[in-house]
Design a protein around this ligand. Structure first.
Ligand SMILES: Nc1nc2c(ncn2[C@@H]2O[C@H](COP(=O)(O)OP(=O)(O)O)[C@@H](O)[C@H]2O)c(=O)[nH]1
Ligand SMILES: [Mg+2]
Length: 464
């Protein structure tokens, strides 16, 4: 079936309508007047002409005032198109009226409106890309900064697919070693595959899979913004800092203690990575019920954060230090002395030794006057500890891939257990096969159930 859809967002100067399917050119020929016979247009050519209303049988020629639009038409032929089918892209003027009119004509000629992601789904079904690459297309369209763009590009280029192919080869090697053992299992005391060699190989593959699965944490953080909690006592300048980082008056700043009672979130990009800053209610003893709820949320924000900015404007007590260290055990803690525009009696050197934090994690700033904020941004970027995106490290950012990797890891753990406990080769083979099948789900090498495909493509835009 030939499908059509608007591929561009409404409101621009141009609007692109895509047609894909076996009848693309035949349908085009009924509504497009250009030079020569439309149905013989060569692949990868562009043609100038006019879109006209569908001619009724027996009616005369179209008069100039009936022309819908002056357009350019790009022609692609199977299999050398995005979908792998014959396709056409019509660049019209971006009028909503024109675009609707054109779609109406195409549907009258026998096109069906495309479902979300249907072009990419067809590209996948026609072998133009694997499933992980198809998913990367959606990520690429949604990318908002350097990090998400690079992750999507790497996946689109087949980064994950290549990595999985390597794993597959190793798993197949393992399988064949085991099968060799099975073939000769009649000879009772023959163990062809050296079990310790098998064990080594399995461990290697397993740690590789585990590493990929673990990278999801980073991938997810990069996609959603790395959570950074700004915490401290009331009035130390947390909201002022949030506003300064955002360069916007996002949170209310006042010298009244307990002004911020709920958490406030916003995102900024530092060196191409997005950070989600969470301004919190100041920590203090309070009888105000609402403020107390806010403080509980502050602790929850710390729990969810990857980086905690602890703002102080006076020497903290040792109990406070202890508490913060306890709460931030597995986080990057950055301690910030604010209000350095004012005279303070805080000695940074003393603080540094009594807090026993890295010197790079102890900064002095003035949130109000913007002093040392770029140092703070660098410290935050460093603390995020993101592997360089230039390197060929694969970062998994898709929940479906993560799920499959986790299950593959579990199957392989069973293989490891089996090897350690002297389980027979045929039982091990079964789990190995499951590992292979599970990994194949990621690229769609296995036959992928329609339900899974439906779930993947339903979140795409129409026209992609
Ligand atoms: N002098 C000075 N005052 C600041 C600075 N940062 C914040 N303040 C003031 O401290 C008060 C409390 O600030 P606010 O951001 O609401 O603190 P929060 O309760 O921690 O969110 C306000 O009057 C701010 O103007 C700073 O760097 N220097
Ligand atoms: Mg505040």
């Amino acid at each position: 079936m030939t499908i059509c859809a608007l591929a561009t967002a409404p409101g621009g100067a141009l609007g692109i309508i895509r047609i894909s399917g076996p009848q693309s050119l035949e349908i085009l020929s009924r509504v497009f007047r250009g030079s020569g016979d439309v149905q013989t247009y060569l692949p990868n050519t562009i043609h100038y002409g006019h879109l006209v209303p569908l001619l009724q049988e027996g009616s005369g020629e179209v008069t100039p005032h009936e022309v819908i639009d002056e357009v350019m038409v790009s022609v692609f032929r199977a299999p050398h198109s995005y979908t792998g089918e014959d396709s056409v892209e019509i660049s019209c003027h971006g009028s909503r009226y024109i675009l609707n009119k054109v779609l109406e004509q195409l549907i009258a000629c026998g096109c069906r409106m495309a479902n979300p992601g249907e072009y990419t789904q067809r590209a996948y079904l026609n072998g133009k890309m694997d499933l992980s690459q198809a998913e990367a297309v959606a990520d690429l369209i949604a990318s908002t900064n350097k990090a998400t763009h690079q992750m999507a590009m790497s996946q689109l280029r087949g980064g994950i697919s290549t990595e999985l192919e390597r794993l597959r080869e190793q798993l197949l090697k393992l399988t064949s070693l085991l099968e060799l053992e099975l073939d000769f299992s009649d000879h009772e005391d023959l163990e062809f595959a050296d079990r310790s060699e098998l064990l080594e190989l399995t461990k290697k593959i397993d740690s590789h899979i585990a590493r990929l699965a673990k990278s999801f944490e980073t991938g997810q953080a990069l996609k959603q913004g790395i959570p950074v909690a700004i915490v401290g006592k009331t009035n130390v300048g947390k909201s002022t800092l949030l506003n300064a980082l955002l360069k916007d008056d996002r949170a209310i700043v006042s010298d009244i203690h307990g002004t911020t009672r709920d958490t406030i979130e916003d995102t900024i990009d530092i060196n191409g990575i997005s950070f989600r800053f969470i301004d919190t209610a100041g920590i203090r003893q309070t009888t105000d019920e609402v403020e107390q709820i806010g403080i509980t949320r502050t602790y929850a924000a710390i729990d969810k954060a990857r980086i905690v900015l602890w703002l102080i404007d006076a020497e903290p007590t040792s109990e406070e230090v202890q508490e913060m260290k306890e709460r931030c055990k597995d986080k990057s803690l950055i301690i910030i002395v604010n209000k350095i525009d004012k005279q303070t009696n805080i000695s940074i050197e003393e603080l540094s030794s009594c807090l026993s934090v890295l010197r790079s994690h102890l900064l002095t700033i003035s949130a109000k006057f913007g002093t040392n904020l770029s140092d703070l941004e660098s410290a935050i970027y460093q603390a995020a500890n993101i592997p360089s995106l230039q390197e060929n490290d694969i970062i998994v950012s898709n929940a479906r891939h993560y799920d499959a990797l986790t299950r593959a890891h579990e199957h392989l753990e069973r293989v490891l257990d089996g090897l350690n406990n002297g389980l027979s080769g045929d039982l091990l083979s079964e789990d190995l096969r499951l590992t292979l099948d599970t990994l194949a789900e990621i690229t769609g090498g296995q036959i992928t159930p329609n339900e899974v495909l439906g779930n993947i493509f339903k979140n795409f835009c129409v026209g992609k």
